[in-house]
Structure formats: C-alpha cells, structure tokens
Write a protein that binds this ligand. Structure first.
Ligand code: IFM
Length: 767
C-alpha cells in the first residue's frame, strides 16, 4: 500500500534526537492506554537511558503531598498516573549471549509512524557481545477498535550467524523503572508501588495489577498469536518471575523469522467492582494480530474522513497539523469516566492529570468533529460534581460547586494552590464548554441529565465567592483573590478573563433555566432554583466589574495590573526561558510579564462586541509582555492575530504552535506531548484562518487564508449536518455532506444549503 507522505512521521536524522523525545513522539495510544516507544531491550535494566512504560488513562495512585506548613483544607494527596511494565520489552538469547546479562548494542535505523492507520514500524541494527549481528524489525499498534488491544510483531533477520535464538517475553514486574535525568517541576514521577498478582488460568499469562492506595485494578495479559512452524514456545502461567513466553528456534543468516503478540489491557476497575477476569482473558485469547490491526486501521480511516484538515501550500505544517490531530484522537478518554491528560497518554508529565486544557483548548475539536466523544468528556466532569460540591463546602462556602484545577479522580491535586486551586476560572471554563456543546449539537438531553446542574452549581459558587463593592463611585459585582489563566500572576482581584467568563457562566445558568422552565420545571425545583436566585444571578452578571485602562484604552488583565513594572523580556537571555525554571514565583508575580494568553484569550472566546481597534490595542499591549512559556499561548495569539489582520504574526505563531512537539519548542516533549496545544492548533485553523465564530447564534465564517496557502479544507458537524469547507484565496465552497438543510453566513453572505442544492461557492472580497 502506498503511504501518503503527509501522514507519516518519519523524522530525518533520528540519531541526533534524544531517546526520551523519540519515546514520546512515537508513542502509540488509543484513549484507554498509551505505550511509549522504548528501546525494546531496556526493560527494567539500568544500562540504558529511557523512560519506557504503559499508561492507562485514569489508572493512578495517591502520593501524600508534603508541606512545610500545612494549613486547613490543603489538598491531601497528589494523584499520579501509574507507569506499568513496557509491553515492547523483550529479552533475546543468541547463542550464548543473553541481552539481559550483557546488554546488546542497539542502533536505531528507521522509524515510521503511519498516522493514516496508526501503525508504527521500526528497524534496529543489533550486535551481541559475541559480534552476532541482526536486524530487528518491530510493527506495533494500539487498537482504536478494541480499546484493550495492543499488538506487537517482532521480525529478526540474522546477518552473520547460524545459531539457536531464544526470544523471551516475560514480565517479572508490573512496575516499570525509568532511567531519566530530570528536575523539571512539571514532571511528577510515578511511584512504582503497583502489586501484580498472577492470574491462574489455562490460556495465557496474566496479572491483576492493583494500586497500593487508590483501590483500583487493571488486568494485564499477553498472548503469543503467531509463530513460525519451526519455533517452539513454552508458556509459564503462574509464577511472577517467569510469567510469559520463551520461544526457541534455529536461526540462519539471511532468513527472516517473525512472532507476534497481542496484549490485553483491561478497564480500570474501582474497588473490585464487577469485572470478570476469566471473560476478559477468553476474549483476548481470540484476538488475532492482522485482523485486529485491520479493524483498527478502518477506525483510523473513519477518523480522518471526518476530522482531517488539508492544507495546500506547506508540507511540513500539513504533517505537523496531522500529528496534532492524531494525538488528540490518541489521547481522549471516551468512557465518561476518564478525560484527556495534559500530556496525552505519552508520558507522565503533570502526573497524567486533567486540566482546563480539555474544555478550553481540546473540546472544540471534539464538539465539531466527534460530538459523542465531546459529550463523554463533559460527562466526566458531571461524575466529579459531588466532589466539586464537597470542595466548595471544604472551602467554607454554603452553596455551589468548585471543580478541581488538576485531577484524575475529581479531587483537587494541586500542591501549589496559588497557581492551582485558586484558578477558579475552571468552573466558568466548564460552563462555557457546556454551552458551546449544547449550542453546536442541540443535545438538550445532556443538558437535562447533568449539564444544567453543573451550570447552576458553578453559578452559585460565583454568587458566593464574589461580592458587591464600590469602585469609582459605582456598585460592581467583584471577584477577588483568584488566579487567572496566566500563571505569572496569582491571587489577584478582578482578573478580566475570570470575570468575563463568570459573567457568561451566570448568564448561561439563567438562559437555560428559562429554556428548561417550560418543559422541565421539575428539574428546576429539584435543584431548588428560585426566582430570587435567578434575579441574583442576572444582577451579578449585569454588574460584573471588567477592569479597563481608560488611558491606554486596553482591557486590564486584573485590577491593579497597571501598577506593576514591566519585565524587559527582550533583554533576557534565551537560555533563561521558561522563566518559571529560573525565578521564584513571587519574583514573576511582581512584574507585568505573562506566561500565556489571558486577556487575549477572553477576546477570542467572546468575539462579539469587540471593535477591531480594541482587539488590536489588546494584542499590541499583551503580545510583547508574553513569554509563551506555556504551550497553550501561541495558538491563542495566532487566532487573534488572524482575526485582526496581522497576517504574518498569525502565520508565525501558528507554525510554531503546530510544531511545538515535533520541534520540541517547550523543551519538555520528552515527558509527553502537549495535548492542549494540539487542540489550540486546530482552533488556530478553524477560529483563526477559517474565521469560524465560536458559539455564534448563526454559524459564520470569515476566512483569513494565509498567503502561503492555496487551499484549506476540513469538515465540521453542526447539529445533525456535516459540512465540507474548501477555502481558497478567492472563494469558499461549502458542501452539505450529511443532513437535509443548513444555513450559515460566509464572508457576510447568508447562504442556505439543501439536499437538492448541497454545494455553494461564495466569492471572497479581494484585499
Ligand atoms: O493547564 C495548563 C496551565 O494553563 C499552564 N501550565 C500547564 C497546565 C497543563 O497543561
């Protein structure tokens, strides 16, 4: 099969790349689990540098947080995704050389990730201490069709020997060790405290893996599916030090031999609830390598059919963008109990935890291309609502809910609360996402089931967290002592982004209360909503204080932002970034310096009512004081720059954002990809260059196609219709691919599409 180059991650000059970086880039995942692309001989040996391992979404353990001075209601525990044994690991005995006793020399020759099918192919040149040389080829995939399945096939080609070869696939420890130098504060180390209990059965090796503290377990099993006729395999099922397969054959120079394994990675089981290991092992035992790969590849084809973005004009941007889309689809939990870790399932940076990255950066991609997955992500938040209600009580509030800033299980896991827990904007981010989801999909069932309750409980929290105060002789609803998205300032009064999001949160609670009051009065009374409460929300939203500098005519990041000195970013040596690794937080809080878009993000999320000149002034003021030390920053600047006609800036920010991981711009791709940035890159195309107005009552498109591109094509789903958009420099063509009727505004022209007239081309004004 011919592989399309723009779907291949085939990095040139592999040897000059670091092992840890390659492990991340070539990780395979499917939303349930992820496998880093390790050196297959590393296992738990300490001779090699590397951080291999298997991560299962939502499978974590606690680590008690330690504080010098621990005040009331500080978070008790960190939650860290477990690092399980590496399913890629193998041991080989060639003649008398044993790879576990005396390490083999392994040289990477080639790696190719085919994003079209989700298949990773690798080739290594291996030399044993006795100078036997062979090529080792590995093909692997994480199934998108059956989330439990990981397949790996080894091919061995001896170059200069005829000897007995033994290939051993045993896993004598369910904890995976790493050997990696890092003191980066953004990395949480997994703890290696898993317990593995071999499962007695007649079929295949298996462990039940249990955490030490979180009361979770996962069943892990593997199965030799294909071997050649002259190979002899023995299987050990019941002892932890030999659990696995030992395959022996007579190798001959020039004769390729293959054997393949299927790993089964069961669901995360909480408190031993209702999971049958026996059924799982039986099901896994039926899985065949080629068939499993074929059905997974079909799923990938379907993904690309609906979610691809094609760009004519820049090949490397095209591939990088596809890498981002591929990573989004690899990282997303689809079961309503898990979410998207900030680093996907490609590493344990940020402990495998979920942040606002999901709602504000990644969810739009899913809302517009896989609405059913978007719903599952919101359902995850809904199932953590009881903990969010509890969190509000713990903090002393009588009403409402406040969601965890960073979490896996719904409880707060931030140890540094000024830049963690105090980012209360996450509540309004979730509310924003709920409204966006409902607006685009019209899924009122979700709204009734849990969306509306989240809107109301977050709005209640704001009513109590905020208060009325007089500023410049006027009565305002103010929100004090919060941290906005920018993490180089903390605990400020009236953060613009937070306040504008809170206003929207309150408005949405009121809006949907009115909508539901007609047919779902019971729901309102079950939630105890009164007219007085609706009035209080309406008044607070109307009276919210939005700080503004009258002199400079810009939105102020927070009330006293003007009083801070400006940090001269242009004078700082490039080696001193990210600033957070070189300065005490307080030093940074002391200056006008931004880690990431804050006020600018508000401008993007609320495009209406902002005159162009206002947006330009905001951009011109905030861009020079932003270090982009957060990977979430560049895509936001790209969107705003595209909207205000700063074409070069838009293009530069976008090309940087889209290549963040492949070029290792944040210098920490080794610990995992930047999933939020991948979503941001999608937004830069859709909201920036295509000019889609987010959450607009009528869907609008106002393209700003970069002059470097001849064509941009993508599909979006709105309600029950799917549309294909093709944007050229002079015209836009929209085609109704699915559904019966659609209306939208393109470049200020209203168009209507029907199944009889499914395609319309609109000319763009020449600039
Ligand atoms: O959520 C982000 C935050 O905005 C910046 N620091 C990293 C977090 C995880 O990506």
């Amino acid at each position: 099969m011919v592989q399309e180059p723009s779907f291949q991650i085939h990095l040139p000059d592999l040897k000059s790349n670091e092992q840890l970086f390659l492990e991340t880039i070539y990780s395979l995942a499917n939303g349930h689990f992820g496998v880093r692309d390790s050196n297959p001989f590393q296992g738990n040996a300490d001779q090699f540098l590397g951080a291999p391992g298997l991560f299962v979404n939502g499978f974590y353990d606690y680590r008690p947080l330690s504080y010098g001075e621990k005040y009331s209601n500080y978070a008790e525990n960190d939650q860290i995704i477990n690092r399980l044994m590496d399913p890629r690991a193998l041991q080989m005995i060639v003649g008398t050389s044993d790879s576990r006793k005396t390490p083999f020399d392994i040289l990477l020759l080639d790696k190719n990730l085919d994003m079209k099918t989700g298949q990773l192919k690798e080739k290594f040149a291996v030399t044993t201490p006795a100078q036997e040389q062979f090529h080792l080829m590995i093909e692997s995939f994480a199934s998108l069709a059956d989330e439990a399945v990981y397949g790996i096939r080894y091919s061995v080609l001896p170059l200069n020997f005829n000897r007995t070869v033994t290939i051993i696939k045993q896993h004598d420890n369910v904890n995976q060790n790493t050997n990696e130098p890092t003191d980066d504060v953004r990395v949480n180390h997994s703890m290696g405290l898993l317990n593995g209990f071999p499962l007695s059965n007649k079929l295949q090796p298996a462990y039940e893996v249990m955490t030490s503290q979180s009361q979770q377990s996962v069943t892990l099993t593997w199965h030799l599916v294909d071997q050649e006729d002259d190979m002899v395999s023995e299987m050990e099922l019941n002892t932890p030090d030999e659990l696995g397969y030992r395959t022996t054959y007579q190798a001959e120079a020039g004769r390729l031999k293959q054997l393949s394994f299927i790993y089964g990675i069961g669901p995360v089981v909480n408190n031993n609830e209702g999971f049958s290991n026996a059924d799982f092992l039986k099901a896994m035992h039926q899985v065949k390598f080629d068939e499993a790969f074929a059905v997974s590849a079909e799923k990938w084809a379907k993904f690309w059919q609906h979610s691809d973005i094609a760009i004519d004009g820049d090949k490397s941007v095209q591939t990088s963008l596809r890498f981002d889309l591929f990573q989004l689809n690899q990282s997303v939990g689809r079961d309503g109990r898990t979410n998207i870790p900030a680093k996907g399932l490609t590493g344990n940076g940020y402990g495998g935890q979920y942040f606002w990255d999901t709602e504000i950066f990644m969810l739009p991609f899913f809302i517009y291309t896989q609405p059913q997955t978007a719903r599952k992500l919101l359902e995850f938040r809904a199932q953590t609502l009881p903990m969010a209600l509890q969190q509000a009580r713990n903090l002393g509030f009588l009403t409402g809910a406040t969601f965890a800033w960073r979490t896996i299980n719904g409880r707060e896991a931030s140890s540094y609360w000024p830049a963690g827990l105090a980012q209360f904007h996450i509540n309004a981010d979730i509310a924003y996402a709920i409204d966006q989801y409902v607006t685009v999909t019209e899924d009122y069932e979700f709204l009734r089931q849990s969306g509306f309750e989240m809107l109301v409980q977050t709005a209640r929290f704001w009513l109590e967290y905020g208060n009325y105060a007089e500023i410049d002789g006027k009565r305002w609803f103010v929100i004090n002592t919060v941290t906005g998205p920018d993490e180089y300032s903390a605990l400020v009064n009236n953060n613009y982004y937070t306040n504008v999001m809170v206003q929207h949160n309150l408005e949405m609670a009121v809006k949907y209360a009115h909508i539901l009051s007609e047919k779902d009065a019971d729901l309102l009374s079950w939630l105890g909503i009164t007219d007085a409460e609706i009035e209080a929300m309406t008044d607070a939203a109307r009276s919210i204080y939005l700080p503004y500098d009258q002199q400079k005519q810009i939105k102020l990041q927070f009330q006293d932002f003007n009083q801070l000195k400006r940090m001269p970013l242009e004078d700082i040596d490039s080696g001193k970034f990210p600033l957070l690794l070189h300065h005490h937080p307080l030093t940074l809080y002391h200056y006008q310096v931004n880690k990431q878009a804050d006020t600018v993000l508000a401008d993007i999320l609320f495009p209406n009512g902002n005159p162009l000149e206002q947006l330009k002034r905001d951009y011109d003021f905030y861009e020079p004081i932003t270090s982009h030390d957060s990977s979430l920053s560049r895509s936001s600047f790209a969107i705003l720059a595209a909207r205000i006609g700063y074409a070069d800036e838009a293009y530069n920010f976008f090309t940087e954002a889209v290549q963040t991981d492949l070029l290792d711009l944040q210098k920490n791709t080794a610990n995992g990809i930047h999933a939020g940035n991948a979503g941001g890159s999608w937004q830069a195309i859709i909201y920036g260059f295509a000019g889609v107005m987010n959450n607009a009552a009528v869907f609008t498109l106002q393209p700003h196609l970069p002059i470097q591109w001849q064509r941009l094509a993508f599909k979006l789903t709105l309600r029950d219709c799917e549309y294909a958009f093709e944007i050229m420099q002079t015209e836009v063509t929209v085609t109704l691919v699915k559904g019966g009727y659609g209306k939208m505004v393109i470049a200020n022209q209203t168009i209507e599409l029907t199944s009889d007239h499914p395609a319309i081309t609109v000319s763009l004004p020449t600039s």
